[in-house]
Design a protein. Structure first.
Length: 325
């Protein structure tokens, strides 16, 4: 049966120049490089310069993705940009990026599902392509979490970093089997009864301020492994595939212990898991496209590989996607 698939044409990423090693935090807080590495796998993160906004990071990642795809901004019909740290309350960061990359016409919008944002954006972009609303869509995850970190809270401030990643998808007529290239399935979930586990204590209609990240880390950890594994299994099932078919799990890069436990629960060897968390920490919606683009650069991900992407974050919101590269 002939179907329209959203096929990957290119990817890119950007990490700001300023690198902050774990030791930096030990200067002002009761923490250590040893604790941070052992509990999270994080060694360093990048922070945006004072004059760098989320859209600037997104622009760098988008420029690399367009080059990688052999395209220009004028080739795009739509941009779906996932962020929890937009430049402004409005207009959308996506429309800033639209203008910056020289995209003529089409449409661009932001989407907010915090750390699960890239999976949600990918699902939306795929739906736009499969329904014929757009042919070529750029999916972006971009964040400046350094702007909403409480640098006096050792339980959260050591975890997050800034960055951006982008993926370009294009419509392609395909066979409708699990052997097709492109996004084969997506699984999205959220449960608002867990709002209080991970949130920002401010906002437009509540405090008229931005607020700072608050998290019950251990509680989020407990939900993460089981929810990521079950969503991953659901995405595989929807694609008519099993864990044995996976070439690479590309997980949300929040905590190496969560990444390892989820892979083990799914019966996938760590040899088949992309890990980049040590170099950029938790970059929320940017972490999966960052990991994808870095893994392509490393020569890990190759054309035809089956990838399972999975993420969880504030909401709680979580999901997974099966993608043949
Ligand atoms: O992307 C969104 C999804 N978010 C996540 O995936 C985050 C999920 N959670 C986690 O990654 C982990 O829960 C953390 C890394 C946040 C914390 O690790 P943990 O093993 O769950 O530690 P904990 O919260 O149980 O804290 C253990 C101890 C506590 O001290 P006491 O009460 O045992 O004396 C904390 O106060 O470690 C202490 N602690 C720290 N110590 C040194 C917490 N943060 C630090 C720190 N340095 N930075």
């Amino acid at each position: 049966m002939s179907v329209i698939r959203a096929v990957v044409k290119g990817c890119g990423h950007y990490l700001p120049e300023r690198v902050v090693e774990n030791e930096e935090f030990a200067k002002t807080l009761d923490t250590s490089d040893e604790w941070i590495r052992a509990r999270t796998g994080i060694e360093r993160r990048h922070f945006a310069a004072d004059d760098q906004k989320t859209s600037d990071l997104a622009f760098e990642a988008a420029t690399m993705a367009l080059k990688n795809a052999g395209m220009t901004g004028a080739d795009l019909d739509a941009i779906v940009l996932a962020t929890a740290t937009p430049d402004q309350t409005f207009p959308s960061t996506a429309t800033r990026l639209q203008h910056a990359v020289g995209m003529i016409g089409g449409f661009a919008f932001d989407l907010q599902a915090v750390c699960a944002g890239f999976i949600y954006a990918l699902a939306n972009a795929t739906a736009l392509i499969e329904s014929g609303h757009a042919k070529t869509v750029m999916v972006v995850g971009a964040e400046t979490f350094s702007r909403i970190i409480d640098f006096t809270d050792r339980g959260t401030c050591v975890l997050f970093g800034d960055g951006a990643g982008a993926l370009i998808l294009q419509a392609k007529e395909s066979e409708g089997t699990g052997e097709d290239r492109g996004v084969l399935s997506t699984d999205l979930n959220s449960d608002g009864k867990y709002n209080d586990l991970l949130y920002v204590d401010g906002g437009v209609s509540s405090t008229q301020s931005t607020g700072l990240v608050r998290m019950q880390g251990q509680e989020v950890f407990k939900h993460a492994v089981s929810k990521l594994a079950s969503s991953g299994e659901k995405a595989l099932e929807l694609a008519g595939l099993t864990a044995d078919d996976i070439d690479w799990i590309v997980p949300h890069q929040a905590n190496l212990r969560i990444i390892k436990r989820t892979a083990k629960k799914m019966g996938v060897s760590m040899d088949n898991v992309v890990v980049t968390v040590q170099d950029h920490g938790n970059t929320s919606a940017a972490s999966i496209p960052l990991a994808l683009s870095i893994a392509v650069e490393r020569g890990q991900i190759k054309k035809g590989d089956l990838l399972l992407l999975e993420a969880i974050g504030g909401g709680l919101a979580w999901g997974a996607a099966a993608v043949r590269w």
